[in-house]
Design a protein around this ligand. Structure first.
Ligand code: ZN
Length: 296
């Protein structure tokens, strides 16, 4: 028996006879090489938020379909979105038709199952809900910040997978009324990390846009030096200053050493003002440094 390497191979049905189907239809003339019936595979059921089960002509076809879905996450999503639900009134129907929202990819959930990684959606979030999320999920600074101005969440299907809290700058020197700070950005650590892919850069980009929309002139955030800042860079943010590190605590404004210490980078959102120290050495004054990193 020849096993097609791709589920929907345009060339299938040719020499091998192992055609599952063509990319356009599941009712090609080719027979399933295993059961001899019309080759058939489509979504049978989806459970919220992301599990699914396929219906196939036979066990062999189920294996073939699973291989196809596992092999190319984007091609798998395209199939689910455009034709995964089979044929209705002569039209191929997929997730995008049925739910108005499609899959980004199909990913492995870490336990051997394939699950749907939906396209991310930004969602409004209350301060209370954002705080609760951070209390539950933040890696190293789970005390939510005060000084809320605005925030948002990111949904992957019906799961809230990330939140951002934007508030007053923690450093008093920056707190000029025209500046806001991304105080916390937090993703779910307890789900397959593929599901939060790109969520941070979307939230950083949104925060900058929302700050501009609300009339703020600057939007900043901090990371620990050892954090790579990949999602900030992806959102167009740039480092404007580095701190020398130092304790979070000082007598005039006691806070307790909640956040990690060490050198920090201050980032500024694109298209807005930046500020460096007067001597141009791009070092933060000590008074500006103590915001905990945002854990991204
Ligand atoms: Zn079959």
């Amino acid at each position: 028996m020849t096993r097609p390497t791709r589920f929907f191979d345009e060339e299938a049905g040719g020499e091998t006879g192992a055609a599952v189907t063509t990319g356009r239809t599941l009712t090609s003339a080719a027979r399933c090489p295993n059961c001899g019936e019309e080759p058939f595979a489509q979504l049978f059921e989806i459970w919220s938020p992301r599990e699914f089960m396929l219906d196939t002509c036979c066990e062999y076809m189920l294996e073939v379909a699973n291989e196809f879905l596992a092999e190319d996450p984007k091609a798998a999503a395209k199939w689910l979105n455009e034709e995964g639900l089979g044929e209705i009134c002569g039209q191929r129907v997929g997730l995008a038709d049925a739910f108005g929202r499609g899959a980004r990819r199909v990913i492995e959930d870490g336990c051997g199952s394939l699950v749907i990684d939906w396209h991310l959606d930004l969602t409004p979030i209350s301060q209370a809900a954002a705080k609760e999320f951070i209390r539950t999920h933040h890696r190293h600074a789970n005390k939510p910040p005060a000084g809320w101005r605005f925030g948002a969440g990111v949904m992957n299907g019906s799961d809230l997978v990330a939140v951002v809290m934007v508030g007053r700058p923690v450093a008093r020197m920056l707190d000029d009324g025209a500046t806001v700070e991304v105080n916390r950005l937090c993703t779910r650590p307890d789900i397959p990390q593929g599901l939060v892919w790109n969520a941070c850069s979307q939230l950083y980009a949104w925060s900058a846009k929302e700050a501009r929309r609300r009339g703020y002139r600057r939007c900043v955030t901090y990371t620990l030096e050892e954090e790579r800042g990949t999602s900030l860079k992806a959102a167009g943010w740039a480092v404007e200053a580095t701190s020398g590190g130092g304790s979070w605590n000082r007598p005039s404004r006691r806070r307790g050493n909640e956040g990690p210490q060490g050198r920090k980078l201050r980032w500024a959102a694109p298209g807005m003002g930046t500020r460096t120290s007067p001597d141009g050495r791009q070092r933060l004054l000590w008074a500006e440094s103590p915001s905990p990193g945002n854990g991204t």
